[in-house]
Design a protein around this ligand. Sequence first.
Ligand SMILES: Cc1cc2nc3c(=O)[nH]c(=O)nc-3n(C[C@H](O)[C@H](O)[C@H](O)COP(=O)(O)O)c2cc1C
Length: 197
Amino acid sequence: MSESQAMVAIAYHSGFGHTVRLAEAVRDGAASVPGTGATTVNVDGMTEEQWELLDASDAIIFGSPTYMGSASPAFHTFAYASGKRWVEQRWAGKVAAGFTNSSSKSGDKLHTLHYFTLLAAQHGMHWVNLGLMPGWNESTASENDLNRLGVWLGAAAQSNGDEAPAEMSKSDLLTASHLGKRVAEHVQLLRRARQAA
Ligand SMILES: Cc1cc2nc3c(=O)[nH]c(=O)nc-3n(C[C@H](O)[C@H](O)[C@H](O)COP(=O)(O)O)c2cc1C
C-alpha cells in the first residue's frame, strides 16, 4: 500500500464458503476505485498482523453468514476481541459497512446487519448503507436485478442450502461489489475533506 493510497479491509467469516465469495466481490468493488487498495481478512483466528492491518485501514466492512438469526459465533468472537480497540476508540472515524448471506430469502439477515451497525457505532465508525433501490419487486422485474432482496442497510445475499458456493447468485455478487465500490468512494470523499480541513 502506497502512503497516499486508501485501504479498505473486509473483515469476514464464512463457515462453508459462501460468504467468502461475497467478501471477494466487496474487495474487488472497493479496489476498482482509483487510489484504493482492498484486502480480505478472515476473522476466524486473528493474528496480530491482521489486527494491525484493520487498525491501519480507512474502512472496515463487516461480513458474516447469518446463523441462528445473527452473525456467526466466529464473527462474534472477533467482535468481542475488538473490545481492546474499543477501549481506546482506535477505529473511531473509520468508514464501516456490512454484508451477510443466508439460505432463506429473509432468514433474519436484517438482524445481522443491524448488529453490524451497532458494532460500528460502538467503535465510533461512520456507517455507509447500500445505496441501491430495491430490485425484483415488480411484475417485469427479475431475480437478476441488483439488490434483489430489497435491503437498504447493507448487502444481503441468499444461497440455497443444497448448492455450492460456485452457484451463488450473480446479482448478489454484483450487489456486494457495489457496496465495496460505494464504501471506497466514501473513503475517498472523507480523505479529501480531511486533507482540506
Ligand atoms: C448453525 C447454522 C445456523 C443457521 N441459521 C440460519 C438462519 O438463521 N437463517 C438462514 O436463512 N439461514 C441460516 N443458516 C444457513 C446459512 O446461513 C447458509 O448455509 C449460509 O450460506 C452459510 O454461509 P457460509 O457458507 O459462508 O458459512 C444457518 C446455518 C447454520 C450452519
